[in-house]
Each structure stands twice: as C-alpha cells, then as structure tokens.
Design a protein around this ligand. Structure first.
Ligand SMILES: CNc1ncnc2c1ncn2[C@@H]1O[C@H](COP(=O)(O)OP(=O)(O)OP(=O)(O)O)[C@@H](O)[C@H]1O
Length: 175
C-alpha cells in the first residue's frame, strides 16, 4: 500500500454515446492537450459557475458537434498520479441517442466503433477496466493511481454501485 496525499482536485466530465441497438459507441481521437493521441469519450473541465451536467452537455457539443436530449450519470472515477498532489475527479455520463452529425473539432476526431472492437490499446489504461461495466449498464465507482508515465496503474479499486456518490474527498488516500 502506498500513501497518496491529495491537496486539490479538478472536476471533469466524460460523455459516452452508446447506441445499444446497433452495438456501437462514438469515441473521439484526441488531437491535443491532456490525453492526446488516445481515443476517449467527449468531455473536459467543469468551468466556474457551471453545473457538472451542463459541462457534460457543453463539451459533447463543442468536441463532437452533436447534442443529446438526456444524459444519465453512470460513473465516478478518481485518478491520481505519483508525484502529483492534484486528483482528477471524472463524472461519466451515458447518452443513448443524439441529434446532428458527429463532426471533427479542433480537439477531437469522432469515430464509431462496434462495442466488440473498442481500441483499448489506444486509450487510457483505466478504460478497459471500467468500460465493460459501462457497456453492461452498471453504475460504477473507480479509483486508479498512475505512475508519472500516465500509463502504468499501480493502484486500483473498482466497484459496482446502486447510487453514485457526489464526489471524492481530498486528503490522504492509500492505494
Ligand atoms: C487518467 N485516466 C483517464 N481515463 C479516461 N478519461 C480521462 C482520464 N483522465 C482524463 N480523462 C478525460 O479526458 C478529458 C480531458 O479533458 P481536457 O481536454 O483536459 O479538458 P478541456 O476540454 O476542458 O481542455 P482544454 O483546456 O479546453 O484543452 C476529459 O474528458 C476527462 O474526463
């Protein structure tokens, strides 16, 4: 067990558009910034004065050029990195339908994938742990501790829950 001291947190959203009837999911190839050159859902930092849900709708539109009528909150993830006292709290949402046509933005290039062919080798290392829970309609809470390389996971907790907590506490954690 390693002790991790987290002094502050940043809140992010992550939206996954999952069309269950067609067994497909929309991901975006991130062209710049944090997580560049990886596929991910659409999302970003929650801005001051904005609700987390509003940020999720906004980022989906900004990054993928589409809107959705309903977002369901399905997951809460907590990422920490060795040598960094900042925690990343990611609120994961599911969209089951959308309006418009997915379009490439400055940040993301959207691409559909069959849910049986999700490109985990080109995604964040945590994704292959929790995507199966997402795809099977579960709600989940996960904590992942990474090395500085942002690839190696040295600590992991992942639980299926009935109700999602509001967020994570900063302070001392072990993993
Ligand atoms: C560590 N393991 C991780 N696994 C899966 N997803 C992760 C992640 N860590 C961050 N994410 C997501 O990556 C996006 C970053 O967003 P990011 O581009 O930094 O934000 P935003 O669009 O506000 O940035 P700009 O400042 O405009 O560039 C955001 O959806 C966030 O939820």
């Amino acid at each position: 067990m390693t002790e991790v001291r987290i002094a502050s947190k940043k809140i992010f959203t992550l939206v996954l558009l999952h069309i269950e009837a067609q067994k497909k999911i929309l991901l975006g190839f991130k062209k710049r910034g944090f997580g560049a050159d990886r596929y991910n859902g659409f999302g970003g930092k929650v801005e001051a004065g904005e609700t987390i849900e509003a940020a999720a709708y906004r980022e989906l539109e900004e990054e993928a050029g589409i809107t959705t009528d309903v977002l369901e909150k399905v997951g809460l993830l907590w990422f920490t990195f060795r040598g960094d006292t900042k925690g990343l709290e990611v609120h994961v949402f599911r969209a089951a339908s959308y309006n418009g046509v997915p379009m490439e933005s400055e940040e993301m290039k959207p691409q559909w994938f069959p849910t049986s062919e999700i490109p985990f080798s080109q995604m964040w290392a945590d994704d292959h742990h929790w995507f199966p829970l997402f795809l099977s309609g579960k709600k989940f809470v996960g904590k992942f501790h990474f090395l500085e390389d942002q690839v190696t996971i040295t600590g992991k907790v992942l639980d299926v829950v009935d109700e999602l907590p509001e967020g994570f506490d900063i302070g001392i954690d072990s993993c």
